[in-house]
Design a protein around this ligand. Structure first.
Ligand code: TXE
Length: 491
């Protein structure tokens, strides 16, 4: 079994060991892959270090690196079916969603490919004819990239594309649950022209194969997308060697609906915001915060629509949403719902596994609505990362903003209203990294993506997404070097 890509070669695990990858929709065996340990990751770090310190990539002209990323976009489009199928088998998500993801990934490669050569630095006016000063951008070095299972390749390429554009080398450790598209990515990057040793891949569990990326002194930057608890461990480990750190740690995202919003539109988005990919989305609209006068009618319609959602596996053309990623994750969601009900939430629909025999081998969970959740309760504070919508009620604009901001997360949020001024006012006051007005979920490669508060640190996408992977170096030259004689040595 040779699933690790190290120094341009496919290699097997040093200590042996394999892991079964099973499709979450029916438990069927997708493949067995090598299970990495600390030693495998250390070997990959050594390869990435050597490629950075002595290889051609960091000094390859930025436009040439950009061309390679453009080529990667083209190759991904040619191989889209293979990639999308692999993504759906690992995650259980609908094939059509995986296909959308591949389009977004190609767009991301293109965005950073074009950005690569655009900023060659700048000359700084010293005001002194005998001095010359400039700022240049350089790659940070070896990047450790640790990615999750909900959008395995998308979240990986959000890191890989800017890291490569800036001239870094990297070691990637994808989620142990969803490795396949990252394995395919290594061949794609090689075919696109990325030199040996620049892109390295290890597979395996976080504490064994992932942890060295946040600890090892030869890694200069660690970028992580995943859960808050793991993010804290990674940031603390990275502090020991003062690595650059970027974290995207999910959210508990408010969706604020005013009484004057277009009713059908707001209901439709409220449903999509939470039930897309069964709620396993970092920006899922998990908190519906609805104005009191429309609460009853609005929630009744959300519940009616939620009960119509058709569950199914990735290749079922009628399915509207799929399973949860694993048995353990479904148990976590079940526990979350049980705690919410204990704390006083009213279960309006769902709250259990589907009874249908068709779903017995998968990790399905019914779309769930919890009404009347109390502010400050676990249900509105903790991420369930499942198909669970909580409902809170507000009276006026100030109340809506106060409730929506009452969270330690701050990734994204939305406001639905037909009052254009109010929409802007509320968007300005929401303390979340992305705000949608009368919409939910769209993001653009050219606009920053990142969290306020405990949702993260550092930006992905947008021009500053590339800057995360660069050092800005100021180079100052004295054009008339000679002794300063600030001190004469005389009394
Ligand atoms: O994530 P982990 P899990 C949230 C969501 C979910 C919770 C836990 O609420 O229920 O996190 O999910 C690697 N050193 N999100 O346990 O552990 C791991 O191998 C280095 C939000 O699946 O964060 C995987 O590659 N790496 C989210 C990656 O971290 C370690 C997406 C993510 O796993 C490690 C997923 C360690 N010590 C879950 N421990 C989002 N922001 O979109 C684990 N890993």
């Amino acid at each position: 079994m040779a699933d690790f890509f190290i120094g341009g070669q496919w290699v097997g695990a040093r200590a042996g060991g394999t892991r079964e990858i099973r499709c979450p929709a029916d438990g069927s065996l997708v493949a067995e892959v090598a299970e990495g340990t600390r030693e495998d990751t250390e070997a990959a770090i050594a390869a990435a270090r050597a490629a950075f310190d002595t290889g051609p990539w960091p000094s390859t002209p930025a436009p040439e690196r950009g061309d390679i990323l453009l080529r990667a976009a083209e190759l991904l489009e040619q191989r889209k079916d293979t990639f999308a199928r692999a993504e759906s088998l690992d995650t259980g998500k609908r094939l059509v969603e995986s296909e959308y993801d591949m389009d977004d990934i190609a767009a991301c490669f293109r965005y950073f490919g074009k950005l690569a050569g655009q900023d060659a630095g700048r000359v700084v006016d010293t005001g002194n004819p005998d001095a010359f000063s400039r700022v240049v951008y350089e790659p940070v070095g070896v990047c450790g990239l640790i990615t999750p299972w909900n959008y395995p390749l998308l979240q990986t390429v959000w890191k890989v594309a800017p890291a490569l554009a800036a001239g870094n080398t990297f070691v990637l450790k994808p989620s142990e649950l969803t490795p396949h598209t990252c394995v395919l990515l290594m061949s794609l990057l090689t075919d696109a022209g990325v030199p040996a040793g620049v892109a390295n891949l290890v597979l395996g569990a976080g504490p064994a194969a992932g942890a060295p990326l946040s600890e090892h002194p030869d890694v200069d930057l660690v970028s992580f997308t995943g859960g808050l608890a793991t993010g804290k461990v990674i940031a603390a480990a990275a502090a020991a060697t003062v690595k650059k750190v970027a974290l995207e740690l999910g959210g508990k995202n408010p969706n604020v609906v005013f009484a004057d919003a277009d009713f059908d539109t707001a209901v439709d988005y409220a449903i999509t915001a939470i039930f897309l990919h069964s709620g396993q989305v970092c920006s899922a609209g998990a908190r519906l915060i609805v104005q009191r006068e429309i609460h009853d009618e609005f929630v009744a319609e959300v519940v009616r629509r939620a009960e119509l959602i058709r569950l199914g596996g990735p290749f079922d053309p009628d399915a509207e949403t799929g399973p949860l990623i694993s048995a353990a994750h479904r148990e976590k969601v079940e526990q979350y719902v049980a705690t919410a009900i204990e704390e006083g939430a009213v279960l309006r629909t769902g709250g259990r596994r589907p009874a249908d025999e068709r779903f017995k081998d998968g990790y399905f969970y019914l779309p769930t609505v919890l009404d009347d959740v109390r502010q400050g309760s676990t249900a509105v504070r903790e991420e369930s990362f499942g198909p669970v919508l909580t409902v809170e009620t507000f009276t006026d604009e100030d109340d809506a903003v106060r409730i929506a901001n009452d969270t330690h997360y701050g990734l994204a949020g939305a406001v639905f209203t037909n009052d254009a001024s109010r929409a802007q006012r509320v968007a300005n006051r929401l303390r979340h990294g992305t705000i949608w007005i009368n919409d939910f979920h769209p993001y653009l490669p050219q606009a920053e993506w990142g969290g306020y508060k405990q949702s993260g640190f550092g930006r992905e996408l947008g021009p500053t997404g590339l800057a995360e992977y660069q050092e800005a170096k100021h180079i100052y030259q004295n054009l008339r070097p000679g002794p300063l004689r600030w001190f004469s040595g005389e009394k």
